[in-house]
Design a protein around this ligand. Structure first.
Ligand SMILES: C[S@@+](CC[C@H](N)C(=O)[O-])C[C@H]1O[C@@H](n2cnc3c(N)ncnc32)[C@H](O)[C@@H]1O
Ligand code: SF4
Length: 451
């Protein structure tokens, strides 16, 4: 078992510190393809489950060194996503893990223990093996959502090839070498694991997910807490019935991904059938009342204008039972960011979001999320990306035989070809033309204001 010594240090480490994170002491994330890390935001590589066993990775040098670093409260470049999020006042995964895991940590019964011991030379043991598992068995998916990519969805493969966005030789990207290898690798963790998070790909279409649930039931480990991100397009896979399997488990939390209702939702999340989504939500409500449902919306140019309506629609769908509603701001691809929208459209949308926040003032979560989204949209002007948005969107529309301008009419003006803006765009990219224009006292600023 890895032992991590805290060196004598004069600096006090607070419960959160500036860098300290509990994730590497309890959690293992395994990304599509097999790379293992302490969490899914970590930009690094602590091993590959295709080549190493999980204990080798968990007790390996990279994990051990990283734990030591955390105990010294030293920042690591691979955690920049968390630090960046914290710098802008956002809730980082680091803080979420620390809050969530502190209560469970057997090493430091109290945060104060940690504080007290941080000044001494003490030995700290991480969990003998991961107690939380964040596992993505493959990119197998039946959707090709516009903002997603081939790395996360096998269904994206042909479009990604046409757009030259992937060099992968085939659609399916596996995490382990085979289904059997996946189960053999995970099986030893099942007697002690406490929480499993399934994503993908689409977890409800992935055979290994069903195998793990069946093994847990057979072991009597129905106390394991299950978390999912799912498109909820299917509740069965062959002979497996997820509703039946879920009925054995005490605590399950599902985040249902939905980015728009009806035609708009089906355009953004290609493969989605709104009526099936609605029917499956109703089935869950009826047959699995013990499951916590929440809606997860990836906020992009495609849905920001109608977010209030989508929220109302989803509240209605669960009979006004005040469902949790999570808004995730899309950062990548940047040309789908809400920051690219032209200023007048942004202002109109901001008013609608503020009005919705006001309407739901009593619900702090809804109010704060709508206000945060509006603030994020106004925080930067990325309208320089509109051209790129138009190019990609029109190419995808053609490949998919779809019409974004019809499903999302507020985007129609952005999708119209404008000779004027094209010219300005071209001129700005050709230095000699730009210099010529400068000579004619039409500087960059003026030329972009034409656009
Ligand atoms: C990659 S999916 C995998 C799980 C499942 N297939 C689903 O859709 O929920 C996990 C989550 O990432 C979200 N997502 C997809 N593309 C995204 C992007 N570019 N930025 C932020 N979130 C994204 C999805 O909407 C979903 O909520
Ligand atoms: S359903 Fe999930 S994994 Fe599949 S394409 Fe959409 S976001 Fe990506």
């Amino acid at each position: 078992m890895t032992k991590v010594a805290i060196p004598s240090a004069n600096h006090a480490i607070s419960r959160e510190g500036q860098a300290f994170c509990l994730a590497p002491f309890r959690n293992l994330s395994v990304a599509i393809g097999g790379i293992a890390t302490p969490c899914c935001e970590f930009k690094g590589n602590f091993g590959d489950v295709k080549q190493q066993s999980i204990p080798e990775i968990w007790n390996g040098q990279a994990f051990t060194e990283f734990r030591r670093k955390m105990l010294r409260d030293e920042k690591d470049d691979a955690c920049s996503k968390c630090y960046d999020m914290e710098a802008t006042g956002g809730l980082s995964l680091r803080r979420t893990y620390n809050e969530h895991l502190w209560q469970k940590n057997s090493v430091f019964a109290q945060p104060d223990d940690f504080l007290a011991k941080a000044d001494e030379s003490v030995t700290v043991q991480p969990a003998a093996q991961p107690l939380m598992l964040d596992i993505r068995f493959s990119n197998l998916c039946n959707f090709s959502c516009r903002m997603c990519h081939h790395g996360a969805s096998s269904k994206w493969f042909s479009d990604a090839r046409a757009l030259k966005a992937t060099r992968a030789p085939e659609a399916l990207i596996k995490t382990f070498t085979s289904t059997e290898a996946s189960i053999e690798a995970i099986r030893p963790l099942l007697p002690s694991v406490e929480e499993i998070y399934f994503a993908g790909g689409e977890p409800l279409l992935i055979e290994q997910h069903y195998a793990i649930l069946s093994e847990l039931v057979a072991l009597g480990r129905t106390d394991v807490v299950l978390y999912y991100n799912t498109n909820l397009s299917a509740l069965r896979l062959g002979r497996h019935d997820v509703v039946e399997l879920w009925s054995h488990f005490k605590t399950i939390s599902l985040e249902l991904s939905v980015d728009g209702a009806e035609e708009r939702g089906e355009l953004v999340r290609k493969g989605m059938d709104w009526d099936i989504f609605v029917a499956n939500v109703k089935t869950l409500k009826q047959k699995c009342p013990h499951i916590t449902l929440r809606f997860g919306v990836t906020v992009s140019v495609f849905n920001i204008a109608v977010l209030p309506e989508l929220h109302e629609r989803l509240v209605e769908l669960v009979d006004h039972e005040n469902p949790e509603f999570h808004l995730h701001v899309l950062q990548e691809p940047d040309y789908y960011s809400i920051q690219i929208l032209p200023e007048p459209l942004k202002q109109a949308i901001e008013q609608r979001l503020e009005a919705h926040a006001e309407l739901h003032a009593a619900d702090a979560s809804v109010r704060e999320q709508f206000q945060h989204i509006a603030a994020h949209m106004m925080a930067a002007d990325r309208s320089d990306l509109i051209e790129r948005f138009r190019n990609i969107t029109l190419r995808l529309d053609a490949l998919r035989n779809e019409a974004t301008a019809v499903a999302c009419p507020e985007l129609a003006p952005l999708l119209r070809f404008s000779l004027r803006s094209k010219l300005v765009h071209l001129i700005q990219r050709v230095p000699s033309l730009n210099r010529l224009l400068s000579g004619l006292s039409l500087n960059r600023r003026q030329s972009s204001s034409i656009a």
